[in-house]
Design a protein around this ligand. Structure first.
Ligand SMILES: [Zn+2]
Length: 481
């Protein structure tokens, strides 16, 4: 039995968060009526001239910086020629020989082990339109196919990795890490399921220790992180089976069938010369000035890994807590602001990761989209410390704030939720509990001490959690002695 080594390289397409398209002023808004966000430029009418979107270049440069790439002094656009119904011009404006940036890397962590994945290049291009196949996921087997050019010309950034990835799990972790980075710096919303982040993979295997790469295949249609892992696992297994039986891998493009979890051959893989690349004559080269790159650098926020390390140290949090709190810039800002106004960061973190996160998940919301400020949370936590409300009551208060957007103090007053600290008021409740539970009272008096907790529970229930449990116990014992 041969031991095989798997070699994977990824090509990622990320839609850039610009208002308008790459070479015209049409809107990039998702979900518009088909073929409404189009113009003569993006539909390739004769005689039109493209103009490059400066914001798109800035976002790609920003990405190149965080991917540790070298930004080229001059890069040019090229025409990639091919014929397909989603491409009205019959060529895609892309970058070929001289890309925007080269030679970068990302560090990923797979099962506790750090690994560096090289980035070959980052370049700009435009997206194609969208084909909708009726009755099938692909053109084969569809009754009819419709085309929507709204997406045509949307700014895309292509990120190509070195063949440094060695397993389907590494590929998945790489994609997750990249998604997190792109979202964090605000260049792409990076939703694989919605297609704003897409990934194709080149995969081959070779006997362990061999220098020469095996024949690779390209896998397409991986629309989630899970699909990336499943598709590459399936393709790796197929390569092994073919080679083990003395067969040959054919260089081709394969489609991942998400339901059957297998790959299907689509077409033999194109080589670069099939695309007849040539420099785009209608566009000037991109020559970003040093000062502009420096300006872009200044807009980059503290990156998640660094932020998480700082949170661990400054706020004495666990690694898992720090990672959760740096999952988006909005959560990180919320936590940090709250910690400015409240002196126990771990407690604040627990509330954000617990009740608040559960509410956001249940309502499909993000922390920056709700009427709740870090200051309100800090205020509420302060009231728990002061003994005005109990932790249990605070849960009710928080739910009410999130529902109504009202002030902490108003909610506590309106719902009558302040803690009862008046002893005579508590003793009234205790008398009632003693009267209603003669059996338990008798048991306690005969020496079964743990029964006290049942009675405390009854006091808590009757007071709707407004009595401090230790105070309830103390007064109960006194009443029963
Ligand atoms: Zn247009």
């Amino acid at each position: 039995m041969t031991n095989w080594e798997t070699i994977i390289g990824l090509e990622i397409h990320a839609q850039l968060l610009t208002e308008s398209k790459m070479f015209c002023s049409c809107s990039t808004k998702f979900g518009a009526k088909p073929n409404t966000n189009i113009c003569p430029v993006c539909t390739g009418q004769p005689g039109v001239l493209p103009v490059t979107n400066k914001k798109a270049i800035a976002l790609a440069i920003k990405t190149a910086i965080i991917l540790n790439c070298k930004i080229e002094k001059t890069s040019i656009f090229a025409r990639k020629n091919y014929f397909y119904p989603d491409l009205p011009k019959d060529f895609q404006i892309s970058q070929y020989e001289l890309p925007l940036a080269v030679n970068g890397f990302i560090d990923i962590e797979v099962e506790g082990v750090k690994k560096r994945i090289g980035i070959t290049r980052v370049h700009l291009e435009e997206d194609a339109g969208k084909l909708v196949h009726k009755g099938s996921a692909r053109i084969m087997g569809a009754g009819e196919s419709l085309v929507d050019y709204n997406r045509t010309g949307t700014p895309l950034m292509e990120i190509v990795t070195e063949p440094d990835i060695r397993s389907s799990l590494e590929a998945k972790v790489f994609m997750e890490t990249l998604q997190h980075l792109l979202q964090f710096i605000g260049v792409c919303d990076a939703k694989m399921e919605e297609g704003s982040l897409r990934c194709d993979a080149n995969i081959s295997i070779r006997p362990e220790g061999a220098n020469k790469f095996g024949t690779k295949t390209e896998v397409k249609n991986m629309n989630s992180f899970r699909a990336v892992a499943k598709a590459l696992e399936a393709e790796e297994k197929r390569h092994k089976e073919v080679l083990q039986e003395g067969g040959k891998i054919i260089q081709e493009t394969r489609f991942f069938d998400d339901i059957a979890e297998t790959t299907i051959g689509m077409r033999s893989k194109e080589s670069a010369h099939d695309y007849r690349y040539f420099p785009e004559p209608d566009l000037v080269p991109i020559e970003p000035e040093h000062a502009w790159i420096e300006e872009i650098k200044k807009t980059i926020v503290e990156l998640p890994t660094k932020k998480a390390e700082r949170f661990e140290k400054d706020f004495e949090l666990s690694k898992a807590d720090a990672e959760f709190l740096t999952s988006t810039p909005a959560i990180a800002d919320f936590f940090e602001n709250c910690a400015k106004h409240y002196s126990k960061p771990k407690i604040a973190a627990n509330w954000i990761m617990g009740d608040l996160a559960a509410y956001l998940n249940a309502n499909n919301l993000t922390i920056d989209k709700i009427d709740f400020s870090p200051l309100k949370l800090a205020e509420m936590l302060g009231l728990i410390d002061k003994g005005t409300i109990s932790g249990k009551i605070a849960k009710i208060v928080l739910a009410e704030i999130l529902k109504t957007g009202k002030n902490v103090q108003d909610i506590i007053k309106d719902l009558g939720l302040t803690q009862i600290s008046d002893e005579s008021e508590i003793n009234n409740i205790i008398d009632e509990i003693i009267n209603n539970n003669p059996k338990q009272v008798a048991e306690f008096k005969s020496g079964k001490d743990p029964v006290i907790m049942f009675l405390v529970g009854q006091v808590m229930k009757a007071s709707k959690g407004r009595v401090k449990p230790d105070m309830a116990q103390e007064l109960l014992r006194r009443a029963l002695s």
